[in-house]
Design a protein around this ligand. Structure first.
Ligand code: CA2
Length: 146
């Protein structure tokens, strides 16, 4: 199965600042760990990180027919972007919303997700492990529906 991992704005800075919220793991570390987990799950992974909303939408559109599932951490756009939700719904690829932090335990403006209503599931609050947990959940769901 083909799973695309999409990361949004500022996630390229992971591991460099705000370790008390986001930990010390870098995005490259997360991607390496996902590749290893993916091997045992029979999942082929691709990775994209973009800082712009339009770039993220273009990256999602480019997955049509090329991915069976998506893991997406849209960063701060998760809280606001109907355009990213529409893009995800528009390509009809099941996706899991991922967050490193527990967005529901943070500032009020982070306690809402624009993406969640269209997601298969949301995984948040497990630090960098949120990605692997989401991958395992999505791979299980896709295998069941194959
Ligand atoms: O918890 C998450 O995964 C977030 O999606 C991360 C976003 C934040 O805006 C969301 O509310 C929750 C921010 C990622 C920025 O990460 C940084 C890491 C180090 C230094 C600066 C930013």
């Amino acid at each position: 199965m083909r799973i695309a991992v999409i990361n949004g704005p500022n996630l390229n800075l992971l591991g460099t600042r705000e370790p008390e919220i986001y930990g010390t793991t870098t995005l490259a570390d997360i991607e390496k760990n996902l590749i290893e987990a993916g091997e045992s799950l029979g999942a082929e992974l691709t990775f994209v990180q973009k800082n712009g909303e339009g770039e993220l939408i273009d990256a999602i559109h480019a997955l049509r027919g090329k991915a069976d599932g998506i893991l997406v951490n849209a960063g701060a756009y998760s809280h606001t972007s109907l355009a990213i939700r529409d893009a995800l719904a528009g390509v009809s690829i099941p996706f899991v919303e991922v967050h490193i932090s527990n967005i529901y335990a943070r500032e009020p403006e982070r306690r809402h997700s624009a993406l969640a209503p269209a997601a298969v599931a949301v995984v948040c609050g497990f630090g960098a492990d949120s990605y692997e947990l989401a991958l395992r959940g999505l791979a299980g769901r896709l295998a069941k529906h194959a």
